[in-house]
Ligand binder design. Structure first.
Ligand code: NZQ
Ligand code: ZN
Length: 389
């Protein structure tokens, strides 16, 4: 049964090969000073930077640059961004990049005028925003996180060995996002595959929870089928527009809050994956792929009927003559084979995790209660041990 909820999403999306043309119109709604935020330089190599700067100049904007946003943006970088945003008295933060750049832009937008330490206020204490927020617009170049149409912002504090995401409210969502699938063509294969699994994990985190008959679960099964189909094509043919555009759209729907409405959700794969990220700085999607199969094998007995449904509806497992456990298990076997096929990391060892880190990683994993089994510290350690294979 669907629970009570309200639904709105304030982000305006422009999708397609010509979507950047809409930047001019959007810019006319903001003042002169623009903070142009981007990562380590991919946008300079593939020409997206030049295209964006040309439009900004043609619109008479003053550009303040904030480059070098690293994958898994750090708290130190956030403090630097706050100074730049304030010094430039910026009217809009324009994020050009992947989830890290978009998340960082949102973090700066709420933190620049925050009178306390934003890490403590927003990430440790999870407080609401009560200061001026600088509007954010995104031009997406990497697909996976859904950051282009949500309030999520994940920041890493290496000194504290914590990676924490704050899900901000509607007032922090990007005002607009430009989604051109062609901009993702230059992604290295490793990042592309990691993004594909990030999408799958977002869907599964919301699917594997609850025993009710819920429309969202049917929507998610459709998204998963489309993702599996298109991702197999894209890994062999990265410039296949049909596959890349479908995946870009699935990623947005996987985490723009719609499919979570009226249902419970899990998110433990992300909690463990983020803690792995705090210890190793590994690529987000790969931390999720390395933990997923051991995690789902562990919780399967507690949510058997859903795992059976997943096997039949998503992986086309034939139920004839099989027990529920066999059907559910075959679903996970097919999922694992698919993960290997698209080139995902299946072991924490490959991400630099060592046995002596496991206890600390488990301690840094926030335990949530929405899934089929509320994990204990010891159970997280055993799941992590399984993921070291
Ligand atoms: O920095 P540059 O040079 O731009 O290179 C990036 C980066 O090295 C590269 N890249 C991006 N677009 C490219 C490209 N290279 C070539 N061509 C392009 N078109 O890809 C690398 C990874 O980029 P990044 O932004 O870090 O990846 P992703 O989009 O996966 O973002 C990961 C961050 O998002 C957080 C993660 O925890 C992590 O910090 N998440 C945010 C969420 C949200 N806002 O809701 C939810 C997610 O679960 C996730 O936690
Ligand atoms: Zn994710």
């Amino acid at each position: 049964m669907l629970g009570n909820f309200s639904y709105s999403n304030p982000t305006k999306l422009y999708f397609g090969e010509n979507s950047l043309d809409n930047l001019r119109t959007e810019l006319s709604g903001y003042g002169k000073n623009i903070l142009l935020v981007y990562g380590g330089g991919s946008i300079k190599k593939n020409g997206i930077y030049d295209k964006v700067v040309e439009i900004l100049k043609a619109c008479g904007k003053e550009i303040f640059e904030d480059a070098g946003v690293m994958p898994n943006p750090t708290v130190e970088k956030l403090y630097e961004g706050c100074r730049r945003a304030k010094d430039g008295n910026v009217d809009l933060i324009l994020a050009v990049g992947g989830g890290s750049v978009c998340d960082y832009a949102k973090a700066v937008s709420v933190s620049a005028y925050c009178e306390e330490d934003p890490w403590e206020k927003y990430y440790l204490r999870m407080e609401d925003v009560d200061n001026k927020i600088i509007p954010v617009g995104c031009i997406l170049t990497m697909v996976g996180t859904g950051s282009e149409m949500n309030g999520g912002s994940v920041i890493t504090n290496h000194a504290a060995k914590l990676k924490i995401g704050h899900v901000f409210g509607d007032n922090v969502f990007p005002k607009f996002s430009i989604l051109n699938p062609v901009f993702t063509y230059t992604l290295p294969k490793y990042q592309m595959a990691a993004g594909f699994f990030d999408i799958m994990s977002h869907i599964l985190e919301q699917y594997f929870s609850g025993t009710d008959d819920n429309t969202s679960d049917y929507i998610m099964e459709g998204l998963l089928k489309s993702l599996i189909h298109s991702s197999k094509i894209a890994v062999n043919d990265p410039t296949n527009y049909e596959a890349r555009s479908n995946i870009m759209w699935i990623a947005t729907w996987a985490l723009n809050t719609l499919v979570a409405k009226g249902k419970s959700t899990d998110w433990m794969v992300h909690m463990i994956g983020q803690s792995v990220g705090a210890f190793t700085d590994a690529t987000h999607g790969m931390t999720l792929s390395a933990i997923s199969i051991p995690y789902y094998e562990f919780i399967m007995p507690y949510g058997l009927q859903k795992f059976k449904r997943y096997a039949i509806n998503v992986w086309n497992v034939s139920p004839e003559g099989k027990t529920d456990e066999e059907i559910a298990g075959e679903g996970l076997t097919r999922m694992e084979a698919y993960m290997k096929e698209i080139g995902l990391v299946m072991s924490m060892k490959e991400l630099g995790v060592t046995e002596d880190m496991l206890d600390g990683i488990a301690k840094g994993s926030f335990i949530l209660e929405g899934g089929y089994k509320v994990l204990t510290h010891g159970e997280i350690v055993s799941i992590l041990k399984e993921s070291m294979r």
